[in-house]
Design a protein around this ligand. Sequence first.
Ligand code: ZN
Length: 176
Amino acid sequence: MTRRAHDVAYALAAGVPDPEMPMLTVADLGVLRSVHRDPSGCTVVTITPTYSGCPAMATIRADIENALRDNGFGAVRVDTVLSPAWSSDWITADGRRKLRENGYSPPGPAPARESGPIPLTLGLGSPTSRPGGTSVACPHCGSSAVRLLSEFSATACKALYRCRDCREPFDHVKEI
Ligand SMILES: [Zn+2]
């Protein structure tokens, strides 16, 4: 694969949006690992899924394949690599800014991990203090006077809060 073909394929894959938070691309999420061409000539895009069971990942895989095929990359495959497991810490600074600009509270630092299987801690934590000891702040006005309404918003990876100051509800992307 030429350098140029690699860069084009990488940029196409990197630009695919998350279907659930479309302001975020695959690059913003930090899930894109590599692009290469295998010996058979197939273009292989490797990603790390955000967390097992996330329904957005199937869509993202299909969208990456289509983006490359639509741009002249014939045979395309999306491989997943599970280790090291994805962490919300991998969401880029740009991605966090886009979340805030779109009314989402970005995740704080992810809880420290033990080696071995990753414990799924979605749903734990007191209303305003998340695992990792960070506070949730309102993305609309910056207030930290917020109240947890539901541990599960539209999707399992987000919790629904309401700001006590500006009264606006907002989604907090959970630390994982
Ligand atoms: Zn507010």
